[in-house]
Design a protein around this ligand. Structure first.
Ligand SMILES: NC(=O)c1ccc[n+]([C@@H]2O[C@H](COP(=O)([O-])OP(=O)(O)OC[C@H]3O[C@@H](n4cnc5c(N)ncnc54)[C@H](O)[C@@H]3O)[C@@H](O)[C@H]2O)c1
Length: 350
């Protein structure tokens, strides 16, 4: 098998998950990495035995022969780096959220279509066994017509020091500042939970959203703390179901909790990733429904997003988590903000 040569751009905290995944894959070589912070990039290269280090992604694209890159830079750099990569014919696994605006996300999709380059968004939960297992279970009609959905993504780094002190950690401070390209918890975690709801229950057609930025003391250095840190949405799905989708960074007691419950007229599904990542709970069948009896469904392993990306490069076939899907999720974020500012439900149009 021809080795796949990959690069990583942005060598902060989450880039380690990408490097670990690629390092564990056979037939894949991590040949270069890049970060505007030279020392961070050098330390990352040493840690993961990456031979070449850059501080500018354009130079990296000029000098390297890459099959693909992971774009793990800050959110504001997702669009420029991904577009530059695609124009060089380099496959792209872009971190979420796809972009900082819906207009930029659409530009990225247009370049993807024009160049025909493999394009993918790292909605990591699509690589989680319980999530794919539940999606397949629902798609087979096991719970009948979907009526009602509850989906939440809870973190707590603003309210408890279990993740360290957010005031002193750069990876947290840029996430609190719109000027630094953050769309707040809506962009950070909201995109994941919207995408999971989309995967399980289909397209969202209308959103009524409330966003909240709690007072955290105004400013830390250059970071104005103005990005939202909680949101609550009520949504309508195209298939007629309704749902509540919410996320916060203030959920004391929750480190990184994703839970989705989908209720149909013939059964129900619950995913709780704190409980297990390889199983989900169901109520199905007349006897179970009579007693409201939940049972566990164990799932076969699903490939991770990194494995899917490498498969896409090899097969030249896009994964379902492509930029077209990323634009849908970006639209959910966009219309959530519009709903919050106008104080009314907003139809989703693409
Ligand atoms: N899919 C997931 O589950 C998941 C989890 C965590 C983070 N993320 C995403 O990954 C990205 C990085 O998050 P993080 O927690 O690692 O943040 P981080 O702040 O630790 O790392 C970001 C890195 O990007 C670098 N950077 C900034 N501008 C750059 C540029 N022009 N070129 C190259 N590098 C540049 C920064 O110097 C920094 O090292 C974010 O977009 C975040 O949303 C995704």
């Amino acid at each position: 098998m021809k080795p796949i040569h990959l690069g990583i751009i942005g060598t902060g905290g989450w880039a380690n998950a990408h490097a670990r995944a690629y390092t564990n894959m056979s037939g894949v070589a991590l040949v270069a990495c890049c970060d505007i912070n030279k020392d961070r990039a050098a330390a990352f290269a040493e840690k993961w035995s990456i031979p070449r280090v850059y501080t500018g992604y354009k130079t990296m694209f000029e000098k390297e022969k890459l099959h693909g890159i992971s774009n793990v830079a800050v959110d504001s750099m997702h669009a420029p780096i991904s577009i530059a990569a695609m124009k060089k014919g380099i496959a792209i696994l872009c971190e979420k959220p796809l972009a900082t605006t819906l207009a930029d996300a659409k530009k990225m999709l247009a370049v993807a279509k024009k160049t025909g380059v493999i394009n993918m968004v790292d909605f990591t939960r699509r690589g989680v066994t319980a999530v794919q297992g539940a999606a397949a279970y629902i798609a087979k009609g096991n719970i009948g017509r979907i009526m009602h959905v509850e989906a939440s993504y809870l973190q707590s780094w603003l309210s408890q020091p279990a993740w360290g002190d957010w005031r002193t950690i750069p990876a947290w401070t840029w996430r609190l500042s719109t000027k630094h390209g953050s769309a707040g918890v809506l962009g950070d975690l909201g995109c994941h939970i919207y995408d999971t709801a989309l995967l399980l229950c289909g397209d969202i057609s209308e959103i009524a959203c409330t966003l909240k930025t709690f007072d955290k003391g105004g400013k830390i250095g250059p970071y104005l703390l103005d990005a939202n840190d909680s949101f609550v949405s009520t949504v309508r799905f195209k298939n007629g179901a309704i749902g509540s989708i919410h996320s916060t960074r203030w959920a004391t007691g929750h480190m990184n909790s994703i839970r989705v419950r989908v209720y149909g007229d013939k059964g129900a599904v619950e995913i709780d990733l704190d409980r297990a990542a390889d199983e989900f709970q169901v109520v199905r069948g007349a006897a179970a429904m009579k007693k409201g009896l939940w049972t566990t469904v164990k799932c076969a392993r699903t490939p991770t997003m990194w494995e899917r990306f490498v498969t896409s490069i090899r097969t030249k076939k896009n994964d379902p988590s492509d930029f077209a899907n990323g634009v849908k999720v970006q639209a959910y974020q966009h219309y959530s903000v519009l709903s919050d500012t106008t104080g009314r439900p907003v139809k989703v149009t693409l």
